[in-house]
Design a protein around this ligand. Structure first.
Ligand SMILES: Nc1ncnc2c1ncn2[C@@H]1O[C@H](COP(=O)(O)OP(=O)(O)OP(=O)(O)O)[C@@H](O)[C@H]1O
Ligand SMILES: [Mg+2]
Length: 248
């Protein structure tokens, strides 16, 4: 499998806190890679560094062989990088369809796209996530589940090669969560997207991930197949705890 993302020795500190410390990993085209670790381990910070929301203090990030370390978020989006936020970040005063159309206009290969075309695409992605009937509702009036789905539709509308998911299950009930997981599987399948997925619900990654990377204190703890990682002593010690399988 070709290498899509290469992260080399990235670090990020916030004042005295070292949130990410000399972290390196790779993601290959077509993979689903789970990203786990305790609260505060640095997972969201890594996603923020990859997406360009934050600048790395050190290290290098390459997407498809292009050095994106110092690129602006929109430049990374043009190259096929997209992300969802742990806490959804819609444009609250835009209708669902306008919010997704705005993303479609920001996506790669969309430089000359008309707004009308973007609306047509937005309709397609809203249908995909099951929000077609909500297309004319303002984002601020959507439920939490609908906001999560809107977040997913907005990410997909940029036509990513690599989608960074920062927790899709949190705050959803079991029925909603299982719909969300199925949608991500379908997105991967239908659009051929590579996925980097932060999730605390291990059972989900055990099922969906080809590989899992575990971090703690911003440093890599373990990396391997889901089975290898959940049986890794350091991961059990720092994150999963003994007997986690009982609750998964
Ligand atoms: N913008 C910021 N300013 C200051 N400190 C921050 C900032 N963002 C994150 N941190 C700190 O960096 C560390 C890593 O936080 P991060 O949000 O990346 O963890 P996480 O692994 O995503 O945790 P969770 O599972 O709870 O979402 C924490 O100590 C956090 O308090
Ligand atoms: Mg987080």
């Amino acid at each position: 499998m070709a290498e899509l993302l290469k992260v080399s020795n990235i670090s990020k500190r916030f004042g005295g806190i070292v949130a990410v410390n000399d972290l390196s990993f790779e993601i290959h085209e077509g993979e689903t890679v789970g990203f786990i670790g305790p609260n505060g381990a640095g997972k969201s910070t890594v996603v923020n560094l990859l997406s360009g929301y934050l600048d790395a203090d050190a290290g290098k990030i390459e997407l498809g062989g292009v050095d994106i370390t110092r690129m602006k978020p929109y430049q990374r989006t043009h190259l096929g990088l997209s992300r969802t936020y742990q806490i959804p970040r819609p444009f609250p005063e835009l209708t669902a369809i306008f919010g997704v159309a705005a993303s479609a206009l920001c996506g790669k290969k969309r430089i000359n796209q008309s707004f009308e075309d973007a609306l047509v695409e937005a309709t397609h992605y809203l249908e995909f996530v099951g929000l077609f009937s909500k297309r004319n509702i303002l984002a601020r009036d959507l439920t939490f589940y609908e906001l999560r789905m809107l977040e997913l539709a907005r990410s997909l509308a940029t036509t990513p090669r690599l989608l960074l998911i920062d927790e899709v299950m949190a705050g959803l009930n079991p029925g909603e969560a299982s719909k969300a997981i199925q949608l991500i599987a379908r997105a991967k399948n239908d659009f051929g997207i590579t996925i980097f997925w932060i999730e605390h619900v291990m059972a989900v990654l055990m099922e969906a991930a080809d590989r899992i990377i575990a971090i703690n204190y911003g440093e890599k703890l373990a990396e391997g197949t889901p089975d290898e990682v959940v049986n890794n002593e350091n991961v059990v010690e720092a994150y999963l705890g003994r007997g986690w399988k009982k609750y998964a």
